[in-house]
Design a protein around this ligand. Sequence first.
Ligand code: GDP
Length: 297
Amino acid sequence: MAFENLTERLQQAMSKLRKKGKVSEADVKEMMREIRLALLEADVNLQVVKDFTKRVRERAVGTEVLDSLSPAQQIVKIVDEELTKTLGSETVELTKSPKIPTVIMMVGLQGAGKTTFAGKLAKHLMKTENARPLMIAGDVYRPAAIDQLKVLGQQLDVPVFDMGTDTSPVEIVRQGMALAREKKNDYVLIDTAGRLHIDETLMDELKQIKEIAEPNEILLVVDAMTGQDAVNVADSFNQQLGITGVVITKLDGDTRGGAALSIRSVTGAPIKFIGSGEKLTDLEIFHPDRMSSRILG
Ligand code: GDP
C-alpha cells in the first residue's frame, strides 16, 4: 500500500526523539535531517520538502516546545499539523453551479484514470445526492475510451452521449451540453482525451471545450505512480488551463506517494478525490488530516 516506506521512515525519525525525556535543538536538527531524507526518497518535490522542514523546525525549536513536559509528542503533533497544511488543510468540496447542470470536465494524460474516475464520480453523485448525471464521451482518439465509458454508463444506468470518433470533441461537447439542458440532467461529466505527453494540440482542444462547456470544475486526473512527473504534469495543465481541483489515482498501488504531498503546494489546486482501486466504489473524498495521519501511521 502507498506510503508504507515513508511511514516507516518517518516513524523511525521520530521514535528516537520519543525515547528522550529532554530534547535538544541538536536532536530536532537530526530528526529533521532524517525526515527530509525520507520525504525526498518518497519522491516529494524538493521545494516542498524544504518549506515543510523549515516550518517544522521553526516551530519545534521554539522554547515552549523544548521546555515542555513532553517535547517529543509536541513535535510529532507539529509534524502532523504541518503535513496536513502541506496537503491543503481542509477538504474542498466540488463547486456546484447555481443552476443545473453542474459541469465537470476531466483532463489528464492518457492512462491516468480519467474515464474510470468519470464512472466513479457518477456513482458517487448518484449515491450521495440522488443525482442524474449525463456523461459525454469526448476522447475520440482512443476508440476504446468511448466503449469503456458506455460500459460504465450501462453498469450505472447513466446516459452516455457520444458521436463516435469522426466528430470533433468540441462539437460533441456542444451537442452533449444541449442534450443535458433539454433532459435537465443536474450534472454533466465530460471525459476528454489525453496524450502520452502534453502537447499544444491537446491543450488547444481542451481550451475550446472549456469555452463551450463553461465547466464549474476542471479536475486534473493524475496517476500517483508517476511520481515527480505527476507534479510536472499538474503544473503545466494548471498553467495552460487553470485547473480547479486534482484527483490522484492509483494510490492503492506500490507508489512512494510523494506526488500526493507535492501537488497541492506546487499547483495551489486542492486535491478533491483519490482513487484507491479499479472498481467503481474505489473512490475517496480527500481529507488532508486523514491523509497526514495515514502517512504518519
Ligand atoms: P484514461 O486513459 O485516463 O481514461 O484512463 P483509464 O480510466 O482508462 O484508466 C487506465 C487504467 O488505470 C485502467 O486499467 C484502470 O482500471 C486503471 N485505474 C484507474 N484508476 C485506478 C485506481 O485508482 N487504482 C488502480 N489500481 N487502477 C486504476
